[in-house]
Each structure stands twice: as C-alpha cells, then as structure tokens.
Write a protein that binds this ligand. Structure first.
Ligand SMILES: [Zn+2]
Ligand SMILES: [Zn+2]
Length: 433
C-alpha cells in the first residue's frame, strides 16, 4: 500500500461542473491536518514541492485567495504536488480549457463567494463542504441551481472569507465560526433570479462541457481560421454583407488579437452576436456550424455584455476639491460623506488617495469616540440629577419616567441614556438601602 505524504483527501466535484477550487481544497486539507493554510504550503514546499520562486508574495487576503483560484505557475505546481502527495486527481479541466483558449483568464477569477443553499445541501447529506471553482468566476453572479445571488461575506459578522488560518472547517465563517449556509433573513421570492435571466449561461456551459474528461479539444487554431473567414466574408460582402457595426468591429478585434490578446468579454460578445454558443466558438465545433457560416442579423448586445462607458476623472481636481472641503468642515465627515461630496465612490478614494483616506478615517473615528465619551458623561450627569435634584421632585421617580423626561431635555441616543439611568438608579438604590 502506498503511503502518502499528505492525508489522501479527494478534491470534491472532480470532473463535474461543481469542481472544487484550489484555495478551498487547501483550506480543507489544512484544517484536516490541524494547521493553517500557510503552514501547509510551507510543508508542501519542504516536502520538495513548489519552488519558492513562483510563490506569490502574499497568499492570504483577498488577492491571495484569488491568486490561488487562478491559473499561474504557482497553482500549476501546487496542483501537481498535491496530486503527487495525496494520490488524487487535482486538475480543474474547465480552468485549463479557458486558460488555453482565452487571454488572461485570471482577470475573470476572484476570491471566495458561495451559494448558502448549495452549502446547506452539502451539509444535509453530510458531504464535505467546499467552495466551487464556478463561484470564483466574476461572470457568474448567481447560483445556477438555486438562482440566488452568491454571498460574499458572513451574514453574522460581515467578514469576507479571506483568511487562510483554517480556524474553522470550510463552510463555516473563518472569523466567527457561524455556518455560511445559515441565513439571517430568510429568502424571499425577490431574491430568486427568474429562470429566463441567466447572463452567465455561456460561461456555465463551458464549465459543464469542459469538466467532462476528454471533451476539451483545443480548437483555437480552427477557431482562428473560422474568425478569419468570417471577417473576410464580411469584408467582401458576399455571404455576410449585413455584418456591420458592432459585430464587424468585434470580428476585426478578435482576428487581430486571437489568442494573444482576446479577452473573455470580447469572445462572449462575439459569440452572442454570431448567435453561437461560446463553447462552440472556442472549440470551433464545425459540425454545429458548418462553414461557410452566415451570421444572423443581431443588432445589439444584452445589458450584461454591453460596453461600459469609462468615466474620465481629473484626479488632481478631485483631490484639491476634497482637501478644501475637509478643511472647511467643523465636524470631521465620514469617508462615505466625503465620497458623496466629491461625487466618487469610497473605493475610488481608497485606491487613488490612500493616505488621505487614512486621515479622513482616523479623524472621523477620533471624533466619534470623543462624542461617545461626552455623551456618556452628559447622560450620567443628567440621570443623577433626575433622581436627586429638587427640580424633578414632581415627577414619578421611575426609570421609565426618567427616560421620557431626559430624552426630551437632552436628545441623547436611546441606549446611552438608558444605561446611564440604570446605573444612576442602581447606585442611588444601594445608597438608600
Ligand atoms: Zn446553489
Ligand atoms: Zn462570521
């Protein structure tokens, strides 16, 4: 019997559309070994695994998880070593296929997201909980099975699942340990995407078809000549004289950039306008679309594939405007307020002016904690006065009455006032007793 260097844990959903992602596997394995993901990676390295050279600078955090879910030299080596050390197949065919056909597919892959209902189903049948690779694809916003929006953070503590510490099993929040399949607010019908609306069906199809072993014929050479012949027939206006506008532009763009520079979004647009499935375009399934092919006349792209208008911003102007605004404020504004004033998003500010954002956040927090302190002090003084001063002798000396009167007089926040009244009441009762 062979002895494996790591626990021989199989990758979940292997050879299906539900194939597990690499960071998910790493976390499950780390948890089973009683170590963190970082330690497990170190061990794999020491066992003669991945070279430190290809190892990304940072493996934790949002970017770390995304890097592990992508296709790069490091993850290729890691998959090979894991297969060698566990005896299980660690490949991900849909990813390998997309990587071979699409330029820079990694830009389409993000960090952990999940469908709580899928996780709940895994839990119900006592299967190991895991994150699917499909959920990492930015094009996929909803679970194809349950049609609910994929979750990004824990509903209980709000933390995004970016930790490799493996404190809790996969499927449970990395911070608070609550199950990621529990919903705080139950689903309503408006949370379910209608079955006719599935903007990511083309990417899903690739996962479905390419996951099956032996299905991924690399047809990019044929696909290139197909695109070429389409462009030529559009040029000479014989068969496809109606190809104009967007489709014509796309054809030229894809012909020019084929393989070296053709991004997923361009290919998705092209497939849509040619009325082909994206999978067929990439594999150039000549039986489905015999050449020469007449493209239908589809005029416009659906919403999710349309080109977004780029907003051009004068960063320097935004900065100066913001600095002037901050100087003029008596009360330090929150980041949200500052962003609203400058008509940009908080994310833009964080990306563009990190040090300014730090200053805004620090000032705002300092102001907040100072106000809280002052409020507590004012509430305490008011509550003591209520129970001791002559002025309030006409009122019933109860906590309820104290709250009613003091709320009106001071306008302090509810719980600050209630806590102060409770403290004063207890202190005076003890004193009286
Ligand atoms: Zn689901
Ligand atoms: Zn949590």
């Amino acid at each position: 019997m062979p002895t494996w260097k790591l626990f021989p844990i199989p990758m979940q959903g292997q050879s299906t559309v539900e194939v597990e992602s690499l960071p998910s596997y790493l976390l499950r394995s780390a948890y089973a070994h009683g170590a963190s993901g970082g330690v497990l990676l170190q061990v794999i390295h020491e066992l003669g695994g991945c070279s430190q050279k290809t190892r990304p600078r940072c493996i934790a955090g949002k970017h770390g998880i995304a890097t592990l879910a992508r296709v790069n030299q490091f993850t290729r080596e890691l998959r090979d070593r894991l297969a060698e050390f566990t005896g299980h197949d660690m490949s991900c065919e849909p990813l390998r296929f997309l990587d071979s056909q699409v330029y820079c597919i990694s830009t389409e892959i993000g960090t952990f997201r999940w469908c709580p209902e899928c996780l709940a189903e895994m839990a119900r049948i006592d299967a190991p909980l895991y994150f699917k690779q499909l959920w990492h694809m930015t094009a996929v916003g909803h679970c194809p099975v349950h049609r609910v929006r994929l979750s990004e953070c824990c509903e209980f503590c709000g933390s995004k699942q970016h930790s490799l510490k493996a404190k809790h099993p996969v499927g449970y929040c990395a911070e608070c340990g609550e199950p990621l399949f529990n919903r705080r607010t139950p689903l309503s019908t408006k949370d379910i995407q209608p079955s006719w609306e599935c903007p990511s069906h083309d990417v899903l199809e690739i996962f479905e078809k390419a996951a099956r072993p032996g299905m991924t014929v690399s047809g990019w050479l044929e696909a290139r000549s197909f695109i070429h012949s389409m462009a030529v027939s559009a040029d000479h206006g014989r068969r496809n004289s109606h190809i104009t506008g967007e489709l014509r532009e796309l054809l030229y763009e894809c012909r020019r950039n084929w393989r070296d520079n053709c991004r997923l979004i361009s290919l998705r647009r092209l497939a849509y306008l040619m009325n082909m499935s994206l999978y067929d375009l990439l594999t150039c399934s000549s039986t489905a679309y015999p050449l020469p092919y007449s493209a239908p006349e589809l005029k416009s792209l659906p919403e999710h594939l349309r080109r977004r208008k780029k907003t051009v911003r004068n960063h320097k102007y935004v900065y100066q405007k913001l600095v002037l605004y901050l100087e003029g404020q008596q009360i330090p504004p929150s980041l949200k307020q500052a962003a609203r004033f400058a008509q940009v998003s908080p994310g833009y500010l964080e990306y563009r002016f990190p040090s300014l954002v730090r200053r805004i956040v620090e000032c705002y927090q300092a102001y907040r904690s100072q106000t809280a302190l002052v409020n507590r002090y004012r509430a305490q003084a008011a509550a003591l006065k209520f129970f001791t001063k002559e002025r309030y002798a006409d009122h019933i000396q109860s906590r309820k009455e104290a709250y009613r009167v003091l709320k009106e007089e001071t306008g302090l926040p509810k719980w600050v006032l209630k806590n102060a009244i409770q403290t004063a009441y207890r202190v005076l009762q003890v004193g009286a007793g």
